[in-house]
Write a protein that binds this ligand. Structure first.
Ligand SMILES: O=C1NC(=O)[C@@H](c2ccccc2)S1
Ligand SMILES: [Zn+2]
Length: 261
């Protein structure tokens, strides 16, 4: 009971600090990015990305997707510039993918779907004390999205793929060290950006999205390993972890800005 009271007090305190942008539905994610309707903003600079592989800690199956978690007590793995007013710290990255390669990404481009999408989730330490607060705070999070397409094997991703069998079931977690997520950022710095939300519960409208224009390539075998994971815990009836993407949501009154003239 004590912890529950404590949590209620904490939530109240948080509410006072940051009005919770409950999913009012005006800025939900993901969206279809219509390139013709996006607005070129010549003031938009390339995103500055600086990750320290030694911050990489753990690979976990959380029952929705698998995620790689980072040490985020210092400003050592950060992004800045681009559409961001502050520096944001990397907390975790994860993927969304389909049961077949004709689905899987959350965002689409001119209604084109990719077989998977990487999300690098960062939080704003200037406005928030931790990532938990950030999901309750306006622009508390900055998520970088990278599309995955089928093609040649992604050599540096293989280290992650090789670790997946150790986290087949929900709540499994293993040490995962010295991985540099910058290896999954495409060489072309062009992106689209728009104000949106988490794409999984609590769906709060706290995210500045930065979607890289170019996809990265992974091999069919690498993607097949994603699909070998389970939503379910050990001992439960096994359910393959596939199609863990949210459908696109209405753009409403939002504008998607782009670095592409
Ligand atoms: O980038 C995102 N992908 C998701 O599934 C959303 C989410 C929701 C809660 C925690 C972490 C991520 S936000
Ligand atoms: Zn995601």
């Amino acid at each position: 009971l004590a912890c529950c009271t404590q949590n209620i007090n904490k939530a109240k305190q948080q509410e006072r600090q940051n009005p919770v942008p409950v999913p009012s539905g005006v800025r939900q994610s993901p969206i279809d990015i219509s390139t013709d309707d996006s607005v070129y903003d010549p003031q938009l600079k390339p995103l500055k990305i600086s990750y320290d592989p030694s911050n990489c800690l753990l690979l976990r199956n959380n029952g929705y997707f698998f995620q790689v978690e980072f040490e985020d007590s210092k400003d050592s793995s950060v992004i800045s510039s681009g559409p961001l007013k502050n520096q944001y710290r990397l907390k975790q990255f994860h993927f969304h993918w389909g049961s077949k390669s004709d689905r899987g990404s959350e965002h689409t481009v001119n209604n084109q779907v990719y077989p998977a999408e990487l999300h690098l989730v960062h939080w704003n330490p200037v406005k928030c004390n931790n990532s938990g607060e950030a999901i309750l705070s306006e622009n508390g999070l900055a998520v970088v999205g990278v599309f995955l397409k089928l093609g040649k094997r992604h050599d540096s991703l293989q280290k992650l793929v090789d670790a997946l069998p150790a986290v087949k079931h929900k709540d499994a977690a293993v040490d995962f060290f010295n991985f540099d997520p910058a290896c999954m950022i495409p060489p072309c710095s062009d992106y689209w950006t728009y104000p949106g939300s988490l794409t999984a519960p609590p769906l709060t409208e706290c995210v500045t999205w930065v979607i890289m224009k170019d996809p990265i390539e992974v091999s069919p075998d690498q993607l097949a390993m994603f699909r070998s994971l389970f939503y379910t815990s050990v001992g439960e009836k096994q359910k393959n972890m596939v199609d863990n993407y949210r459908p696109v949501q209405p753009l409403m009154k939002r504008t998607v800005y782009s670095t592409i003239p």
